[in-house]
Design a protein around this ligand. Structure first.
Ligand SMILES: Cc1ncc(COP(=O)(O)O)c(C=O)c1O
Length: 500
């Protein structure tokens, strides 16, 4: 074993800061870089066919065609691509991703989009309908999330990540303006969505991660210990993306309130499920604006709100906090300019479709959809508990994360992929999850999932030597101590997506 091999295999024993330091130094050695590049290239070559399945099968362009193509031809090609992709999500083989997906609902939203396709809320004078829709979306979401009778306001954004980033920016700017904080910190459980880390990077807010306990809920004592004079916001998920568990929002938000810190409940995933689950009698701990310490929330209309992709809601307790989200330019030669979110021009049609999804579904529609989803999740959870090789992580309502002590769970994930399933592979700890949506409530889907999962487990058990296709990549990515290497690998993956 050479020295690089030795380091590569033993770095995991060192603390992460030391590893990062060593990694930076190692990058000065060309032999090390060559070796890593070689591994990247191999992985990327293996991945290319799955990332670019249409290469050579459809017309592709690296330059504008001289003469425009006919509409018929373009539509025909798109129909072919659509038909190829739709089966998997339509038939309920995919975790999360498509939350409603009934053809009638899609057709209705498409019709709404078509009517409003030119609308842009940036030009509120031309499309006051867009501001009507957005104001009402915010009001309805606020009311649904415990804001009735309170001063709860917000804006519509493009998705969960933007909602979260907007809220973090608002806290940063408020802390700088009102408390003179120039080195802001946020406290978030390790399970909080990556969007919080993204906000930390983009807005220069130090991320202070706290661990989760054995039930995968944020450790309140740990949060208490890391509050400093620079802490501007604390975060909890309702529920978290990885394991679907709801953090102890009551305790965390109370801690934040007592220390004069903001508290953000990330209900991107659960905002349009938990209110109805609570109504149906499921055990839902308090998580919304009924808690006095909760000062902001995110809830995704494009997930269980059943809107088309591209909308979410960010909510604030009080207009003063919302003002820190806004952007205004008073001296630009282009005129007085102001926008509520990161984008300038925005698709008013998506807000119209979001509004239409909300008012056409209504309380009854959301409640019955939630009932079907939670009942289906219960059936699946019960069945997984009966598979001796598997165990479920945490206690969740509709995101079912499972692992195995006996088998490589990534090989089970691979075996499920071969049967057509697209589940999520997670790490730290290794597990796989299924986020149950309305697609899975269709007759026979839960049964098929259980049958396939049992077969996948049996297959991996009977073929322990089989390597699998993605299992080694997942395994390597979760265990390799050089996180910079993993990060570079992900950037190469993104490059691959933009390869024609
Ligand atoms: C809990 C949670 N927060 C935030 C997000 C980010 O949402 P988006 O992908 O819409 O940006 C997700 C996405 O799954 C999520 O589950």
């Amino acid at each position: 074993m050479d020295w690089e091999d030795f380091l590569y295999k033993n770095l995991g024993r060192l603390n992460p800061r030391m590893v990062a330091w060593i990694e930076k130094r190692l990058k000065n050695f060309s032999s090390f870089n060559e070796r890593i590049e070689g591994e990247y290239d191999q992985i990327m070559t293996d991945l290319e066919s799955s990332v670019k399945p249409y290469s050579g099968k459809f017309a592709s362009f690296t330059q504008l065609p001289e003469a425009g193509r006919g509409h018929e031809e373009i539509l025909r090609e798109m129909q072919a691509l659509h038909a190829h992709e739709k089966e998997q999500w339509e038939d309920g083989f995919v975790s999360g991703a498509v939350y409603h997906g009934d053809q009638e609902h899609i057709d209705f939203l498409n019709e709404v989009y078509a009517i409003n396709s030119q609308s842009n809320p940036l030009h509120a004078d031309v499309w006051p309908s867009a501001t009507k829709f957005e104001a009402e979306i915010v009001a309805m979401a606020g009311d649904m999330l415990g804001g009735a009778g309170q001063d709860v306001c917000g804006t519509v954004s493009s998705g969960g990540t933007e909602s979260i980033m907007l809220a973090m920016k608002a806290y940063r700017d408020r802390a700088r303006q009102e408390r003179g904080i120039t080195r802001p910190e946020m406290i978030a459980p390790v399970t909080a969505h990556a969007a919080f880390d993204k906000a930390s990077q983009y807005f220069n807010i130090k991320m202070v991660h706290i661990p989760v306990d054995e039930t995968y809920r944020a450790d309140v004592d740990a949060a208490r210990k890391v509050v400093t004079r620079n802490t501007i916001v604390m975060v909890g998920s309702a529920p978290s993306f990885p394991h679907g568990t709801i953090d102890p929002i009551q305790e965390l938000s109370e801690l934040a309130r007592k220390r004069g810190i903001g508290f953000h409940t990330d209900a991107c995933l659960g905002g349009f499920v938990l209110p109805w689950a609570e109504k149906l009698g499921y055990p839902v701990p308090p998580f919304d604006f009924r808690l006095p310490g909760v000062t902001s929330m995110s809830a995704d209309t494009h997930k269980f709100g059943y809107a088309a992709k591209g909308t979410s809601v960010v909510l604030y307790r009080g207009q003063a906090l919302r003002h820190y989200q806004y952007y205004t330019a008073t001296d630009w030669p282009g005129g007085l300019y102001f926008s509520p979110t990161f984008a300038g021009s925005r698709p008013g049609a998506l807000s119209a479709a979001c509004w239409a999804a909300m008012v056409s579904t209504g309380v009854e529609g959301y409640t019955s959809a939630t009932k079907r989803i939670l009942e289906t999740a219960d059936v699946i959870k019960t069945a997984i508990r009966e598979i001796p090789e598997l165990h479920i992580l945490g206690d969740s309502l509709f995101v079912i994360a499972f692992d195995s002590d006996a088998l490589d769970i990534y090989k089970v994930l691979d075996a499920m992929s071969r049967k057509g399933w697209s589940l999520n592979g997670l790490h730290k700890p290794t597990c796989v999850h299924l986020c149950v949506t309305l697609r899975h409530t269709q007759p026979g889907v839960a049964k098929r999932f259980i049958r396939d999962l049992k077969a996948a487990v049996a297959h991996v058990k009977a073929n322990p030597e089989e390597k699998g296709s993605m299992a080694p990549v997942y395994g390597m990515a979760s265990t390799i101590p050089l996180r910079g290497v993993v990060s570079d690998l992900l950037k190469k993956y993104l490059d691959l997506m933009f390869k024609v």
